[in-house]
Design a protein around this ligand. Structure first.
Ligand code: SF4
Ligand code: SF4
Length: 694
């Protein structure tokens, strides 16, 4: 009976404010619904995006990346903090809802949370509120004292975001204090009257506040109880309605952004979803020129960015001072959207994006390395957007001067160097190579099981031809019946596509597909990760393709390839993951397994390796484009190899080889550092008789 009195005393403290609380509820919900509806307007005006397939796979990704916070631990401190905050929010969601309803229905108890279950839940939520509060305090200290560099906003991108971040963190902290105070005042009042009451979790924030309130007068406790409720309600709705105006909008959008994230990231987005290649001539404008040319999912990405800076922290273009920072690519678009689709007032379409919020250099500076996408915890996509913006530039004839010549050469000769097609197979005629390795050029008379797809750089570049010859030697060594297409092979078009020249890419691809089919081969091998990626993901109806590193790793396991020990035991090797072998195709272990199989070879890892590998500077047409930068990416990579204690950089891509060798020269490290392709190293170390012994 006494307990009943105490509870009715508590509820009566809230009854006085019931009308006010109800009004705040209605106002908060209506405002939030209105703001979200306004935020959805551009998404309805955006382009189609087919993201409704494979619901179970998508749900699995929600469990992994959203609920499981899969990518957060990649940044240990910030990631751990975020995981605690996220878990706290999930646990507290029902408590916050219950508290809100209690204001208008004082005896409300969430179904399933009465009795022991409710007591247990309250203990957990007491600790959750405490953890979230502490995380807010730590986050504020990090922002103000330690100032992680990745949160900084360079002057060219506007003003610092610190004040906004602190404001939001403080609001969440206030919410936790209000929630805890509400519970503490209730417990203190009940305890003061000697009533049985639900114990608060020991050492939690509500427990500590209750200890402070123990001897507070009952009527004062009533005021605290009422004020804590009001503060909780106002802060809750203020946060709810404020979030869609900035980075905290990701709290609402992240689940959807992850559910609708691209499943097949390696495959570039089509020019227009729902328009087949045969009907592309009916598309009036290619690519993204105005904001409304983005798809609704691309716009959802803009809303979902948490401004954590991880993408830019890992972006090689940003690291070497190119005018590109993926984080700001998103933030600029989000701000544009907020400005042109305001919450108050009517929306108005704006001017072209490039030339206003983006610069041409910014869009051409990306190497499509994928580091940003690999890092983003919210699965924000960048490569498709950048390629779409380039498609728009190409469609308007805005191609950088230095790229015009190679693109014309690709159109007329099928390679960016403008070399004669008939010279494509000249690399097999080298005097010291032809007598030992007879490479067939496939035609009506010469057939083979395996096609070695060489691609332009390995065919025409004097230095890279050595990779071609090493690859051929390896294929011959393991007994592969192989040949090349010679003059019938055109550039794979991989970079052409990523530079936004979709029509030229389609012409190159169709030519190659016809030539591959005519050759009758059953499989394809290439030593070029860009060609590998194109054949595997951009081409259709071609035989299965393998990179030479996969073939070597397989044959090392079968015993067909055995190695002689390395001659210079002082050499320390490090493996540089090419972006289109590693990050885009997850081939990380095969090249390393091969290196580790060479007797006496000492191998070290660079600080940035595997899916955090640092792009060498970009392949393909990037060789013809000189963006503004403070330092070459290759030079930074060579520096990383030296810091790891290596003096030999092994890669598995001809473009990496160009950039890294060039960087070694520029850095004046000749004699101290060398670079070698995996195929060259294997060819050099292979024990000649190993295959015959099988
Ligand atoms: S793909 Fe690479 S270069 Fe392009 S924005 Fe992302 S990290 Fe930067
Ligand atoms: S895009 Fe992703 S990684 Fe980059 S700042 Fe936004 S949330 Fe962070």
């Amino acid at each position: 009976m006494e307990g009943m009195q105490s509870i009715s005393q508590l509820t009566s403290w809230l009854v006085a404010g019931r009308t006010l609380f109800l009004l705040i509820h209605i106002l908060g919900v209506v405002c939030f619904a209105y703001i979200v509806a306004k935020r959805l307007v551009p998404l309805f005006r955006g382009q189609h995006d087919l993201r409704f397939d494979q619901p179970l796979v998508r749900l699995g990704r929600v469990l992994k990346y959203w609920l499981g916070q899969w990518k957060q631990p990649r940044y240990r401190i910030a990631g751990t903090l975020h995981m605690f905050i996220f878990a706290g929010f999930i646990v507290l969601a029902m408590r916050a809802f219950t508290v809100l309803i209690v204001g208008v229905s004082q005896n409300f108890v969430m179904p399933g949370l009465s009795g022991r279950a409710g007591s247990l839940y309250n203990i957990v939520t007491d600790y959750a509120a405490t953890v979230v509060f502490l995380c807010m305090v730590i986050a504020v200290i990090r922002r103000l004292v330690f100032k992680p560099a990745r949160y900084a906003v360079p002057a060219k991108y506007g003003k610092s975001h610190t004040a906004d971040a602190i404001f939001l963190l403080s609001l969440i902290a206030i919410l936790m204090v209000a929630d805890s105070l509400f519970a503490a005042a209730k417990a203190a009042a009940q305890a003061q009257q000697g009533q049985p009451y639900e114990a608060l979790a020991v050492f939690s924030l509500p427990w500590m506040l209750q200890s402070v309130l123990t001897s507070t007068a009952l009527h004062t406790l009533g005021r605290i109880y009422f004020s804590a409720y009001l503060l909780h309600e106002v802060t809750f709705y203020f946060l709810l309605c404020y979030r869609p105006f900035g980075i905290q909008f990701h709290v609402e959008t992240s689940l959807f952004n992850i559910y609708f994230a691209k499943l097949d990231r390696e495959i570039l987005k089509p020019v227009r979803w729902g328009v087949s290649e045969e009907h592309l001539d009916q598309v009036k404008s290619f690519g993204v020129k105005t904001f409304e040319d983005f798809t609704w999912k691309q716009m959802l990405d803009f809303y979902s960015c948490a401004d954590c800076g991880r993408c830019s922290d890992n972006c090689p273009a940003n690291a070497v001072g190119r005018p590109l920072s993926p984080r700001f690519l998103t933030i600029k678009a989000r701000d544009y959207s907020f400005e042109h689709y305001p919450v108050l007032g009517s929306s108005h379409n704006g001017k072209p994006l490039v030339g206003n919020i983006y610069s041409e250099d910014e869009i051409w500076s990306c190497t499509t390395c994928g580091a940003c996408e690999a890092e983003c915890p919210l699965l924000v996509e960048y490569i498709d957007k950048i390629v779409d913006l380039r498609r728009g530039l190409v469609d308007d004839g805005n191609v950088p001067q230095s790229l015009q010549k190679p693109l014309k050469a690709l159109e007329s000769r099928g390679n960016p160097y403008g070399k004669m097609e008939k010279k494509k197979a000249d690399w097999i005629k080298a005097k010291d190579f032809q007598p030992t390795c007879n490479v067939k050029v496939l035609d009506e008379k010469n057939s083979a099981d395996t096609l070695y797809f060489v691609d332009s750089i390995t065919s025409y570049d004097d230095r890279m031809q050595s990779i071609g010859r090493a690859t051929a030697n390896i294929l011959q060594h393991v007994g592969e019946k192989f040949g090349i297409l010679g003059a019938a092979e055109k550039d794979s078009g991989h970079e052409v596509r990523r530079f936004g020249e979709e029509t030229l890419f389609m012409a190159l691809r169709d030519h190659n597909v016809d030539a591959i089919k005519a050759s009758g081969v059953k499989q394809i091998v290439t030593s070029d990760p860009h060609a590998y990626n194109a054949l595997k993901h951009d081409y259709k109806d071609v035989p299965p393709v393998e990179h030479i590193s996969q073939v070597i790793a397989k044959e090392v396991k079968t015993g067909k390839i055995k190695f002689n020990p390395v001659e210079n035991e002082k050499n320390v090797y490090t493996y540089h993951d090419p972006c289109y072998l590693g990050r885009h195709n997850q081939i990380y272990d095969d090249p390393r397994d091969v290196l580790d199989a060479i007797p006496g070879l000492k191998r070290v890892e660079m600080s940035r390796s595997r899916d955090r590998s640092f792009c060498c500077g970009g392949g393909g047409l990037m060789l013809f484009y000189e963006p503004k930068e403070d330092q070459r990416m290759g030079a930074k990579r060579v520096q990383m190899a030296a810091e790891a204690g290596a003096n030999v950089i092994v890669t598995a891509c001809p473009f990496c080889m160009v950039n890294i060798e060039d960087a070694i020269k520029v850095a004046g490290m000749e004699g101290k550092m060398t670079a070698i392709d995996l195929a060259e190293l294997v060819d050099q170390q292979m024990a000649p008789e190993s295959a015959k012994a099988i």
